[in-house]
Structure formats: structure tokens, C-alpha cells
Write a protein that binds this ligand. Structure first.
Ligand SMILES: [Zn+2]
Length: 454
């Protein structure tokens, strides 16, 4: 790559290209391609002509102790990390601006510091006074957290090198800049280079580094996806601004299970952890109404019960609407097609709205049966008994397929006072006393048993 060559990079996904385009070929985003200075000159011609030293190879059977972890004392935060922070690791916390990332991390910083860990909080977003004000509002003013407000990464790394904290939090990666990179802060090149420096610092010095990244709406600033592949753990902080629930979800974790969630509630004094999310997500449930179904899901390692709501209404002429919140819209189309083709229940001429209550996002195929039941209940205007939970995958033939962790789902339902479960035939039920389990082979059976002849 010659020095003069101009490259372009997508601020949404980080893909680089030789020419500008209105739409990124890699991720499909519009207006996200920005001109960039070349990221690296490559290793050069002489790099690999010298022999390296040999490294020891070990057997597969060699026992390695599990990584020591620092616990924050915030149960939901530690859970998402897989049991606490691993030293010499890099964690990315992404999320929309204003969703509460700084609040969460300041609370976590204070909590880590109170357990005896040395914590440095570097803010490039706010002045010290603002961070102190927030700490005061959260009742954390006395926590022994070291604070710096700086954006020059060279100075930050020098400071961290001298201070040697156990944990360094950098808020946010979009404000950091390196004097060795000729690009504006927030550009793909700067964000990547800054993240690379922070990750190598974490590895070199044994410090756990937490990097905050804003999910950006406009294409001029690089988003957190650009650095996802560099870090050990990627967490996203999700939630609707109007809702009081916030969900911290691990989408990648080298040291623990991915897809684990931690649930928090936004309160006047910061984020409070929610130890029993099922109770929270179901607490806002209205009186039993057609279209409302409880799904017994699994999020990471724990069962979570949520309400799935469907509304079916006559559509004006033209193509009917399919509006989905919290579920995959492709999955909805599949289930509608199966209901039509296998059960003879068409949704043509009907608008369909589908929603997971409480702002949770459900990615499991196990939600299929609950979605189908909600759609049928809404279409037939028949309320499902409120003490019933549903789960199971639907195949294209209309057959119901058993899903993983059946017993955990049933136990959670029983614990929360449900007395009936509709599950695929052949599920490994286990022993859950006090719960009536109705096994059904296919969708036609569900239609026949729960909604009359259909
Ligand atoms: Zn892209």
C-alpha cells in the first residue's frame, strides 16, 4: 500500500474500501463511508526475513487455572461478565448515547473500588465537575475512584502506566485521539488506533480496561462495532429511553457465556439491579386479553418469562402491515406462512403488530410457539388462560420441536405461579410438581385444542 493511497472506511462496521460509495457493501448502511488516512503501512518487506524465537507447545490435557476475577459486588454486572472482570482483559460497553452507560460504569467503578480494587475513571466526555456531580447524585462521592478528564491517549496511557490501577474505564472511545494518527477523533482510524493502544496496554500491564462506545446515528463518527473484534468481551446496554428497564447483554465473551443478560431498573439514585427479571417483566401485565401470551425463555444461563403481545386488525387496501418490536421480523413472516399453509389460517388482509412487553429483545427460536399462540389468540379474539406459558420451535412442516433447557423454563414458570405449560411433544420435561404440562406434536393440535376447530 503506497503512502499516497486514499482509503475509505465505513463508520458503522469498519469495512475499508478503495473507493467512496453511498452505501456500505459490507453492512448495507447508507452515508457511512468516510475518507481515511491509511491505517497501517503493513509489515514491510523485511519484517519476516528474521527468525523468531520458538514458543512452547503444550498438550490439550494440560490444566490451566481459570482466570482470577475481580468481582464488582453488583451481581447483575458480574453475571454478564461471566463472574467478574478478568485482569489483562478489554471490555467494550456499547449503547445509545444517554441510555445510562456512564451511570452504570460510575456505579460499577465505585463498587469495584469499595471491594479494594484500584480504579481509574477517564472521562473524555464530561468535565470533572460534571462527573463529581453525577457521583454525588448517585451517592458515590466517597468512593475511592481516581478521576481524570482527558482525551489525549498518550497522556492517559502514561498516567495509567504510573498509577497501575486494577481497572481503567475509558469513557468514551469516540473522544480519544492519538497524535500518531492523522485523522479527527471519532473517525474509524482514530477509534481503531485508540482501542488498539488500550487493548495492548491491558495485555501488557495486566490491567482490566473497560471501553465505552456510543452507538452513533450519523455516519461521520465510528460506532462500537468497529472495535468489537479487538476486545475480549463486548457488552451492549439496551433499553428504551421511556422505559425504566435497562438490559446489559454480552454479545461476545472470551471468558464467559455470550448472550447473558443483566437487568437493571433506572431509579432516582441510579441503576438498581433486578435479581428476578421474570417478575419484573410480567409485573406490568394487564388483565388477560386476546393476543397476550407468556413465553418461558432462556437468556444466557437463566430463565426469563416475558409477555408477547399480538394485535391483528383489518388492513386497508394494499399490502398489510407487519410491525415487530423485540423479535425478528423474518421469524414472524415464517410463522404466518406456516399458519396459513399448514393450519389453513391466513392473515391476508390483516395488519399484524407483534411486541415483546418491557423492552426485552428475544432472539430464541423457542419463542415461535408463543408467537403463534399470540397471533391465533388475537385473530380469533380468544384470550389465553393467564396461568399458561408457551415455548417451542416451529418447523416449516408445522411440527413443534423441543428446545433446550425445558426443565429450567418449567421450573421458572412454576416458581412464578403459573399452573399450565404448552410445550412440544417429546420435550425432556424433568420433574416439576404442580405444573400441568400439555405436550403437543404440531401447530394443528395447538389450534384444535386451544382455539376450537380453528
Ligand atoms: Zn459498513
Amino acid at each position: 500500500m503506497s503512502r499516497s493511497a486514499t482509503t475509505f472506511a465505513c463508520t458503522a462496521c469498519g469495512a475499508t474500501s478503495r473507493k467512496w460509495a453511498g452505501r456500505c457493501e459490507a453492512c448495507g448502511a447508507w452515508n457511512t463511508i468516510q475518507e481515511e488516512a491509511p491505517l497501517s503501512q503493513g509489515p514491510g518487506a523485511r519484517a519476516l526475513t528474521q527468525r523468531g524465537k520458538t514458543v512452547p507447545l503444550t498438550d490439550l490435557g494440560t490444566e490451566e487455572p481459570p482466570p482470577a476475577r475481580i468481582s464488582s459486588g453488583i451481581g447483575e454486572f458480574d453475571r454478564v461478565l461471566g463472574g467478574g472482570l478478568v485482569p489483562a482483559s478489554a471490555v467494550l460497553v456499547g449503547g445509545d448515547p444517554g441510555i445510562g452507560k456512564s451511570t452504570l460504569l460510575l456505579q460499577a467503578a465505585a463498587s469495584f473500588a469499595r471491594t479494594g480494587a484500584r480504579v481509574a475513571y477517564v472521562s473524555g466526555e464530561e468535565a470533572s465537575a460534571q462527573v463529581r456531580l453525577r457521583a454525588g447524585r448517585l451517592g458515590l462521592a466517597q468512593a475511592p475512584v481516581k478521576l481524570a478528564t482527558e482525551t489525549a491517549l498518550r497522556d492517559i496511557l502514561t498516567t495509567l502506566d504510573a498509577e497501575r490501577p486494577d481497572l481503567a474505564i475509558v469513557d468514551s472511545i469516540q473522544t480519544m485521539w492519538l497524535d500518531t494518527v492523522e485523522a479527527a477523533p471519532g473517525s474509524v482510524a482514530q477509534v481503531r488506533a485508540a482501542a488498539h493502544e488500550l487493548v495492548s496496554f491491558a495485555k501488557r500491564r495486566g490491567v482490566a480496561v473497560v471501553i465505552v462506545g456510543h452507538v452513533t446515528k450519523e455516519g461521520t463518527i465510528a460506532g462500537p462495532r468497529v472495535v468489537e473484534h479487538m476486545v475480549d468481551t463486548v457488552l451492549y446496554f439496551e433499553g428504551e429511553r421511556g422505559h425504566q428497564f435497562r438490559i446489559l447483554r454480552s454479545v461476545k465473551n472470551r471468558f464467559g457465556p455470550a448472550d447473558e443478560i443483566g437487568v437493571f431498573e433506572m431509579t432516582g439514585t441510579g441503576l438498581a439491579e433486578v435479581a428476578n427479571p421474570s417478575a419484573l417483566f410480567l409485573s406490568a401485565r394487564d388483565a388477560p386479553a386476546p393476543g397476550s401470551v407468556v413465553f418461558a425463555g432462556i437468556e444466557g444461563t437463566r430463565p426469563v418469562l416475558t409477555e408477547i403481545q399480538a394485535l391483528v386488525a383489518p388492513a386497508p387496501p394494499g399490502s398489510p402491515r407487519r410491525t415487530v418490536v423485540g423479535l425478528d421480523s423474518g421469524r414472524l413472516s415464517t410463522i404466518l406462512a406456516v399458519l396459513d399453509a399448514r393450519c389453513g389460517i391466513p392473515f391476508t388482509g390483516l395488519d399484524v403488530f407483534l411486541n415483546v412487553a418491557g423492552g426485552l429483545r428475544v432472539n430464541e427460536p423457542a419463542a415461535d410457539l408463543a408467537v403463534a399462540a399470540a397471533l391465533l389468540s388475537a385473530r380469533e379474539d380468544v384470550a389465553i388462560p393467564p396461568d399458561t406459558v408457551f415455548f417451542g420451535e416451529i418447523s416449516l412442516s408445522g411440527a413443534l420441536r423441543p428446545v433446550a433447557q425445558t426443565e429450567n423454563r418449567l421450573k421458572e414458570a412454576q416458581k412464578l405461579g403459573f399452573s399450565q405449560a404448552v410445550v412440544p411433544a417429546g420435550s425432556r420435561l424433568g420433574a416439576v410438581p404442580g405444573l400441568k404440562v400439555r405436550e403437543m406434536a404440531d401447530l394443528t393440535a395447538v389450534v384444535g385444542e386451544m382455539f376450537g376447530a380453528g
